[in-house]
Design a protein around this ligand. Structure first.
Ligand SMILES: *[C@@H]1O[C@H](CO)[C@@H](O)[C@H](O)[C@H]1NC(C)=O
Ligand SMILES: [Fe+2]
Length: 457
C-alpha cells in the first residue's frame, strides 16, 4: 500500500514536471510565434497587414508612478491606478483644482501585485479619490512624487460625449487611433474589450499601460473584458483574467455585481451596462440574475439613455467570428429588448459595422441599434471579408481602423459618428442621429410587445 502511494506520488511529480516543461516550451513558442494563440476561425480569412507591436519603455525612476490611468467609481469618485517598480512606494494620491503642487486633498488606497508564470508584476496601486465636482479640472500626483497629472470630471447633465474604441492593442494603428481620439475633446472613453493583446507576455501589459497613460490619465477609461484578457495557461494559470483584474479593476461592487467581468454605472442621464462575453451568461448564471436586477433598477426619467457594451457581437455580417456571440444573444437579447436598451456596442471583429434597430434578427423600432467598433488598431490587422449579399439589417460596414463618438445631446437625441484614421480629424465617415427609446411612447405599451412576439411565432 505504502509503496503504491509512493509510486503514485512519483508518477504525479513526473506528470507535473512534464507539464511544466511543456508550458515553458509553449511559452517560448508564443514569444516567437504569437499568432498561434489565434483560433482556427481567425486564420481562415485574410486581414490587412498586421501592425507591429510598439513596445513603450519605462523611462521614469523605479519609485515614480508609471501606467497612470483613471476610471469612474460611483457618482462622484475616481479611481487612480498606477504601477511602481519600487515595493516601498506609497498608495496615496494628492489632488486638487489648482495646478502646480498645491493639493487640497489626499487619499489613501491599496496595492496589489501578481505572479504569472515567470513574471512578477510591479506594485499596482489603486486609490479612490473624491467627492469630486462635475465638469472640473483636477490636478494630481501619485505616491507623493513624479510628474503632476490632470483630468476633467464628466458633466452632471447633457450634453456628454463618449469615445468608443474596441480591440485597441499597441501598434502604430493604435497610436494613430489615439491621436485621432485626442484631436477633439470628450468626457469618457469606453472600451468593449481586448486591451493590450499581451497574450500571456506580461511585460506587454506594462508597455500598454505606458502607451495609453497620456490619454487614460486625462479622461476616465471604462472597460469590459475581451478574449485577449483571458490568458489561461495549463496548470499554472487555470482561472484567467489575472492581469486584467489586477490592473483594470471596475466599479462592479457599486452596481451589485460580484465579478469584475460585468458591471454598470451611471452618469449624466445615461445608464451604461458593461456585459461580460467571457463570464457565464445562461439564464442560471450570476451574470444573468445580476442583469435582470440591474435593468429593473433603471429609471428612464433619471437616465433616459441605456447603453450596453460587450465584446463578441450579437449581430455581425463580417466573415470573422461568425456565430461567436450567438449563444449570449439567445440568452440575453430578450432582457435588453424588454428594457428598451438604446444602443449595443461590441468589439472583437476588427472592422466597423452599424446596424438598424434589431430584435431577434428582425428590424424592430423598439430594439437597440447595434454597432461593432473593433477597429482600434491591434496587431492582428483588419477583418476584410463580408458576407454577401448585404443583410438589410446592416446599414454601414467597412474594414478600416478608427474610433466612434456618441454625443448625447439631450434626453431625446444623440449623435453617433465613426471616424477613420485615414481621414482628417473633422471628417465623419459615418454619422447618424438617434432618438432615445424612452421618448417613443409606442415602445412602452404592452400591446406592442404582444404584437411583436406574435409575429415571430
Ligand atoms: C434635443 O436635441 C435635438 C437635436 O439637437 C433638438 O432637435 C431637440 O429640440 C432637443 N430637445 C430638447 C427637449 O431640447
Ligand atoms: Fe476579441
Amino acid at each position: 500500500m505504502e509503496g503504491q502511494n509512493k509510486k503514485m506520488i512519483i508518477r504525479n511529480c513526473l506528470v507535473i514536471r512534464v507539464l511544466i516543461l511543456f508550458q515553458i516550451f509553449s511559452f517560448f513558442l508564443l514569444i516567437i510565434f504569437p499568432q498561434i494563440i489565434q483560433s482556427e476561425e481567425e486564420k481562415s480569412f485574410t486581414r490587412q497587414r498586421s501592425g507591429q507591436v510598439i513596445f513603450t519603455p519605462h523611462e521614469r525612476s523605479d519609485s515614480e508612478p508609471q501606467q497612470v490611468h483613471i476610471s469612474l467609481v460611483g457618482k462622484d469618485h475616481m479611481r487612480v491606478s498606477w504601477v511602481t517598480e519600487d515595493k516601498n512606494a506609497r498608495s496615496v494620491v494628492e489632488y486638487g483644482t489648482k495646478q502646480g503642487g498645491e493639493y487640497e486633498a489626499k487619499a489613501k488606497g491599496y496595492h496589489t501585485s501578481y505572479n504569472y508564470f515567470m513574471y512578477q508584476s510591479g506594485k499596482i496601486h489603486h486609490v479612490v479619490i473624491g467627492p469630486l465636482k462635475p465638469n472640473t479640472n483636477y490636478f494630481y500626483r501619485c505616491g507623493g512624487l513624479g510628474p503632476e497629472f490632470s483630468f476633467k470630471t464628466p458633466p452632471l447633465n447633457f450634453p456628454i460625449e463618449f469615445v468608443v474604441v474596441g480591440d485597441l492593442g499597441q501598434t502604430e494603428w493604435t497610436t494613430s487611433t489615439l491621436k485621432h481620439v485626442n484631436s477633439k475633446d470628450y468626457d469618457v472613453f469606453l472600451l468593449p474589450g481586448d486591451l493590450s493583446y499581451s497574450d500571456t507576455q506580461q511585460p506587454l501589459w506594462d508597455s500598454f499601460g505606458r502607451l495609453v497613460e497620456p490619454y487614460a490619465s486625462r479622461r476616465p477609461w471604462m472597460t469590459t473584458e475581451g478574449n485577449h484578457e483571458i490568458e489561461i495557461l495549463p496548470v499554472t494559470e487555470p482561472t484567467g483574467f489575472k492581469a486584467y483584474n489586477a490592473r483594470w479593476p471596475n466599479p462592479h461592487k457599486e452596481s451589485g455585481s460580484n465579478s469584475n467581468l460585468y458591471y454598470s454605472f451611471e452618469l449624466a442621464g445615461t445608464h451604461i451596462v458593461m456585459l461580460g462575453s467571457y463570464a457565464d451568461f445562461d439564464d442560471e448564471s450570476e451574470q444573468y440574475t445580476w442583469l435582470v436586477d440591474d435593468l429593473a433598477k433603471v429609471d428612464r426619467k433619471k437616465t433616459p439613455w441605456v447603453v450596453v457594451l460587450l465584446h463578441a457581437p450579437w449581430y455581425n455580417t463580417n466573415e470573422a467570428h461568425q456565430g461567436e456571440g450567438e449563444s449570449m444573444r439567445k440568452s440575453m437579447e430578450g432582457l435588453l429588448y424588454e428594457a428598451r436598451v438604446d444602443l449595443v456596442f461590441a468589439g472583437h471583429v476588427h472592422a466597423y459595422e452599424r446596424f438598424t434597430r434589431v430584435y431577434n434578427n428582425n428590424e424592430d423600432p423598439c430594439g437597440p441599434m447595434y454597432v461593432t467598433i473593433g477597429d482600434g488598431g491591434n496587431r492582428e490587422g483588419l477583418a476584410l471579408s463580408y458576407k454577401k449579399p448585404v443583410s438589410p439589417l446592416s446599414l454601414y460596414r467597412e474594414a478600416s481602423f478608427g474610433h466612434g463618438r456618441l454625443r448625447i445631446v439631450n434626453e431625446t437625441h444623440a449623435h453617433w459618428s465613426w471616424h477613420r484614421n485615414n481621414d482628417n480629424d473633422a471628417f465623419v465617415a459615418d454619422g447618424v442621429w438617434i432618438q432615445s427609446l424612452s421618448s417613443f411612447k409606442e415602445c412602452w405599451n404592452t400591446q406592442h410587445h404582444n404584437h411583436v412576439h406574435h409575429e415571430e411565432l
